[in-house]
Design a protein around this ligand. Structure first.
Ligand code: SF4
Length: 211
């Protein structure tokens, strides 16, 4: 199976339990239509890069410094077959990793009405923590979540341990970098973050040239 991948980062600390270095993969394409979507550029299911599930798994398993993997998007559960194949390989080779996957679906709805592969992701414990539910623009953010209706659902004992490390309240961390001449950030940004970032960086003495 292939996955339509938008971006990958080898290591970040803004999308996992505090202090956990995580690799992150953003999948391209989303069935959803959340108003104020945090990643509108990832909703179209064209573009990005088609990569085999095995290749993504190989890449993750070769990263020595990470404690976990985050799958985001877009909608990872819209590519459940490829994702399940990838995570099963990761599980086999790197059982040490804690795996978090975001989805706009709710876990209960997936278990009731999901496709076989979507159910497998949860019921077979291919994911440790599912961060579920659509983004609701009117609600405030919560740790690791764009809106407070979204839930951290631990589906394995390891996931329970990971969730116990995530504070119930507090700000989200965002990491900013320049990649391929573009500003790139990882994390759950506050509303309007991208619009404000260039001027906030300028005020902090960071001058962006050619970005
Ligand atoms: S599920 Fe995520 S990517 Fe899809 S529309 Fe909602 S916020 Fe955007």
């Amino acid at each position: 199976m292939q996955l339509r991948v938008a971006h990958c980062v080898e290591i970040c600390s803004a999308l996992g339990p505090p202090g956990w270095p995580m690799a992150a993969v953003w999948l391209k394409g989303c069935h959803g239509d959340c108003r104020g979507c945090l990643a509108p550029e990832l909703r179209s299911s064209t573009g990005g890069k088609l990569v085999s599930a095995a290749e993504v798994a190989r890449w993750v398993c070769g990263l020595p410094r990470i404690l976990g993997l985050v799958g985001s998007g877009g909608e990872p559960f819209d590519q459940a077959e490829g994702l399940a194949e990838c995570l099963a390989l990761v599980r086999r080779q790197r059982p040490d990793l804690g795996i978090i996957v975001y989805t706009g679906y709710e876990v209960d709805a997936v278990l009731r009405n999901g496709t076989e592969a979507q159910v497998r992701l949860i019921a077979d414990g291919l994911v440790d923590v599912v961060i579920d539910g659509p983004f609701v623009e009117e609600l405030p953010p919560a740790p690791l979540r764009g809106s407070s209706n979204q839930c951290l659902v631990a589906v394995t004992p390891k996931g329970e341990g990971m969730c116990s490390l995530i504070p119930a309240q507090g700000p989200n961390r965002v990491e900013v970098a320049v990649r391929d001449g573009k500003l790139f950030w990882v994390g759950i940004p506050p509303r309007g973050f991208g619009d404000r970032l260039p001027s906030e960086l300028r005020e902090s003495g960071v001058i962006l040239r050619g970005v």
